[in-house]
Design a binder for this molecule. Structure first.
Ligand code: UN1
Length: 508
């Protein structure tokens, strides 16, 4: 790890505010980045103060005027080069993600791959920022729409995907002609600094001015400055529902735009016609992958009564095989939680679940002893519950899997939908009628609904996000780019008359 830290110059206390290649002085509080892998300090970061934040915003405002004038396919070419640089840095950045955040090495590499994929997607998109043309009702008139950039896009990202979610936002925002200001999670500042260095090198090599890519590391106050800041027309925020509600209210009070990707409470319905072996892989990876800290993690299994006992016994058996430990060791399936606060939340949820009547089929607990010194390693656990329990309605960012029984598909769908969140959902079935009912307007109410795939691990090509308390935003693929642009309707009169719409007569 030392050589990776040196490669990105991540030693001592690093500046936390940057406009690209420049790193600004600030007097903000210093943030310690501790690795949950071994509980030790990796490096410190100086968080933004108001002056350095304002300096970054001013740099972004100036850069926007230049960046928006560069044709979109040229901007795409620069994003292509960022993708190339990420390919070269995949190993180092993937390891750093794994070390700072605690996800398995495979998932660390997977996260960087997601960044590379979105770069490729954004390059193609840079030639496809299409508007429609409409037929005017008036003679000698042409009507069409075009998409213009917004200006500064603020990105607030979470610790669990410390770099990929930023890249979904920034790569699209950049090809659309925006400049970005990024506040990463204060729990994972170092991976953000590494990304800033990788992109700054590409921007500098292309003579792009400072300010197109800004980084402002800090706590909640920095997020609040961004939400309040009229200079930021769009704030894209990923994180808890509590954070999202606060950002949404603040941004809405100035009639700004927000794009929210908040909590999930994702379920897999396992039907009598499911392939149980496939279902097992989907359920276990979904529940314990990233130690249950994905927005898309599987939190609930809704299992038909006819296959309940058979499936639950497979599940309990599989949990017995899980290897928990150092995420950089590829033999392990499950790494640590992000910090000891997350461990407390996990333990509290287990207690609340028991108090409400939950029966643990696989007990949880904190691992102690050699290799677990950070105090962040916990046992994935399984509890038999009822959907209405308060704790089941709540997203706990930890590997706690709730199982419950159903009789009819209508009942299963009602349970799947019967939570405040609406991000990801899945059905395991070989029965076409069941699959189609689940995908119909009377089926899953989530932004993502899968058949014979678990709830996590979405590809970048689709629009990512969900309904209800998940916040309604869509990022990444499909036409999610439209959220980063403003639509302008243009009507051009090339005749020698000025006829009014709706046939209104107005003669002078
Ligand atoms: C998140 O947890 O915020 O679908 C993003 C997935 C990943 C992204 C998750 N592609 O699980």
């Amino acid at each position: 790890m030392q050589n990776i830290l040196q490669q990105f110059q991540l030693t001592g206390t690093h500046a936390g505010v940057s406009t690209g290649s420049s790193w600004l002085q600030s007097t903000g509080q210093s943030i310690d980045s501790m690795s949950p892998v071994d509980g030790k300090l990796i490096a410190g970061v100086q968080s933004a103060d108001r002056a350095s934040y304002d300096a970054a915003i001013e740099s972004a405002q100036a850069a926007y005027l230049k960046w928006r004038a560069i044709p979109a396919p040229r901007r795409g070419e620069i994003v292509r080069q960022i993708g190339e640089s990420l390919r070269k840095n995949k190993e180092a950045l993937g390891r750093l993600v794994s070390f700072e955040m605690g996800k398995s090495l495979q998932e660390g590499f997977g996260e960087v791959q997601e960044m590379i994929d979105i770069c490729d997607f954004a390059v193609g998109l840079s030639r496809q920022l299409h508007g429609l043309t409409m037929h005017s009702e008036r003679p000698g008139h042409r009507m069409y729409e075009q998409w213009h950039p917004l200006g500064i896009v603020g990105i607030i990202s979470a610790f669990n995907f410390p770099v990929a979610v930023w890249s979904w936002n920034s790569m699209l925002a950049w090809v659309c002609g925006n400049v970005c200001i990024w506040k990463p999670s204060e729990k994972t500042p170092l991976t953000a600094i590494a990304c800033q260095k990788i992109t700054a090198e590409v921007f500098a090599a292309n003579d792009i001015p400072e300010g197109v890519s800004c980084l402002v590391i800090g706590g909640r106050d920095v997020g609040e400055w961004m939400a309040q800041d009229k200079r930021i027309p769009l704030v894209s925020a990923t994180g808890s529902t509590r954070m999202g509600k606060s950002v949404a209210a603040t941004v809405a009070s100035r009639l700004g735009k927000s794009l929210l990707e908040l909590g999930g409470n994702n379920a897999i319905i396992i039907t009598p016609d499911a392939d149980l072996d496939m279902s097992l892989i989907g359920a276990v990876f979904g529940a314990v992958g990233t130690a249950g800290q994905r927005c898309t993690s599987t939190r609930r299994l809704i299992i038909h009564e006819d296959v309940y006992d058979a499936f639950v016994s497979k599940l309990v058996n599989a949990y017995g095989q899980l290897r928990i430990g150092d995420p950089l060791d590829e033999n392990n399936h499950v790494g640590p939680l992000i910090d000891t606060d997350a461990v407390k939340a996990y333990l509290t949820s287990i207690e609340e679940c028991k108090a409400e009547g939950g029966k643990f089929l696989v007990e949880g607990g904190v691992l102690k002893g050699a290799g677990f010194e950070s105090g962040c390693y916990v046992k994935p656990c399984i509890a038999e519950v009822e959907n209405h329990y308060k704790i089941v309605q709540h997203e706990t960012f930890a590997p706690i899997l709730y199982v419950m029984k159903y009789k009819t598909l209508d009942e299963a769908i009602a349970m799947q939908n019967g939570v405040p969140q609406g991000l990801s959902s899945a059905i395991m079935t070989t029965n076409l009628r069941e699959a189609e009912q689940f995908l119909s307007n009377a089926g899953s109410d989530c932004g993502i609904a899968n058949v014979n795939i678990g709830t996590s691990g979405a590809e970048i090509g689709g629009a990512f996000g969900g309904e209800k308390e998940t916040g309604g935003g869509r990022e990444s693929g499909s036409d999610a780019w439209k959220a980063y642009m403003r639509r302008q309707t243009n009507t051009i009169n090339y005749s020698t008359h000025l006829p009014l719409a709706q046939g209104i007569k107005f003669d002078l």
